[in-house]
Write a protein that binds this ligand. Sequence first.
Ligand code: ADP
Length: 173
Amino acid sequence: MIDVVRGDITAISADAIVNAAQSSLLGGGGVDGAIHAAAGPSLVAECHEVRRRDLPDGLPPGEAVVTGAGDLPARFVIHTVGPKFWEYSDGGVHVLARSHASSMAAAHAVGATSVAFPAISCGVYGWDPVNAAPIAMRAVRESLPQAPGVRAVTFVLFNDEAFDAFRQALDGG
Ligand code: ADP
């Protein structure tokens, strides 16, 4: 049901891949940049349209929104904004959990049966994966009953440090 792999999320053929997006939805660095580069220009066009139509002020941290996936092997991209560690006294634990729960709810809503997550907030947003992994794992586990259509969740980690942390969180829970 929940798995942890090392790899590049843009190459994963899950129904939906989660993007650690910025509130603007208009692309950034890290996994966001990689997803936009691999998806091609239709993704940024769709994000512009979502901004114009539904989110003139951007996507708030902890929430999620779904678009198509352009040229990616996935069917959907679920954009969520994790907490910037330095903006909260506790790093934004609840926001990090909500990013995962919102993404699972969004996946269920569009009928995705498999979802791949990156290590949300573990890059530029400053979270240590050792601390983020148990929160992410628990939030996904707790979301599964409300997302019965989602049969497989894979955390796709880009480096050894994050992979080890998520592997340990999976084994420990
Ligand atoms: P945030 O702004 O939420 O911190 P980042 O994109 O900076 O997001 O980093 C989140 C995590 O995504 C980091 O652990 C980074 O190593 C990882 N990452 C970067 N590129 C990819 C990719 N192509 N596939 C999967 N994970 C990636």
